[in-house]
Design a binder for this molecule. Sequence first.
Ligand code: ATP
Ligand code: MG
Length: 448
Amino acid sequence: MSMQIKRPKGTQDMLPSQAAKWRTVEETVRQVAEQFGFKEMRTPVFEETGLYVRSVGDTSDVVTKEMYTVSSKGSDTFTLRPEGTAGIVRALLENGVMNEGFPQKVYYLMPCYRHEKPQAGRLREFHQFGLEMFGAASPYADAEIILLASTVLESLGIENVSLHINSIGCPECRAKYRDALREYFAPHESELCETCQERLKKNPMRLLDCKSPICKEIAKNAPTTVDFLCDDCRAHFDTLKDILTDFGVAFTVDPKIVRGLDYYTRTVFEFISEDIGAQGTVCGGGRYDGLVSELGGQAVPALGFGMGLERIIMTMENSGCEFEAPKTPDLYIAPMGEKAQRKAALLADAVRRNGYAAETDLIGRGIKPQMRYADKVGAKFVVVIGDNELESGEAKLKNMRTGDETPVVLENFMAAFSSAFINEVFENGLGDDIVGAMTDEISGEDKE
Ligand code: ATP
Ligand code: MG
């Protein structure tokens, strides 16, 4: 036997059995984002490498170690997107959307790529739900996106998460803060990990993000950003805390949150789950007022967040949250013989055109395996069509929940199936998928 090729390290396959979980999460985030007035947008999976170096920052982990960069023919190099914000800002500028007035509010669902050491909750290909808001400087905007993230988690039934917020100030407060950090860490320089020794020179704030236990210990008593805020940044942060308190959103001010990407200013926040171990941050975001001008636009206040969908799903699985039930066929048509197969195919087509989900046999199985299949896929109704049914023009429609059989005339199959289906819906409660089909049905009947 030849060797099978395996999937790349740090990637996952989404199998059909997991599709309902992803759909639950994706549909919920779309719905909540749209309730808050965000519009979906998509950008390419790869961008020019310079976009990330300029925006994420050349001292960040993402740029120094995690980028998947490829050179194509010619001299350009491209990088698989490690995060969403840079591409979104690039696209809004390039397409002139930033000239169409503010606020601009966009959301996205996208795969991201980072060359990290794979472990639970840390993948090389992962998926983000993210959003960005442009043109709003007010702390009400910060509060609104935090509230949005919190609404998503609540709608998904996620409970054991805590919100950590901090303010890292504007470039002016930060210059003073950096000096203070250098002074604090300088006496410990030789004890720091190699990367942090480098960070101390280039960008001492990154030291606070280091995952090495020794650096973490040294950083324990480091000065905090909030002690270095200018009056404006402090007022912004204080108002944000007031608004969150009014909303009833619980939070902790956590001076250790500085975020891994260079473009943040003022507010930074993380939602951390207690149910998924060390990689517990399910959502991270903040304000990045300097990024749009850094990428060639005007000075536009901006903010957003990214939510890791694999970590969200892990949290939901570990804490017993409910997922949407997988879709099941409304009708399974079991043909016996070649003539019946033709009739079954035509019938399935008619049923689908009327808005229902129908399946029939395509691999020539006998009646028993077909019934087992109909049961396994959860078909709501089954109709068997063999030579007898073709000859008499009549068949039996079986309700798989109750076992009841209703005689139906094949000529009039659609009308009989619809009314049996509607009865079933009323008796068995209304599933969301069913309401749509039923409403179509009723409005169809009204027309006649
Ligand atoms: P971490 O501190 O966990 O490395 P980060 O600060 O690098 O996170 P962001 O760039 O803010 O993460 O990305 C936003 C969200 O995307 C994270 O909060 C997390 O939920 C998710 N995420 C980031 N990197 C990964 C990864 N390698 N695998 C799975 N999810 C990830
Ligand atoms: Mg990271």
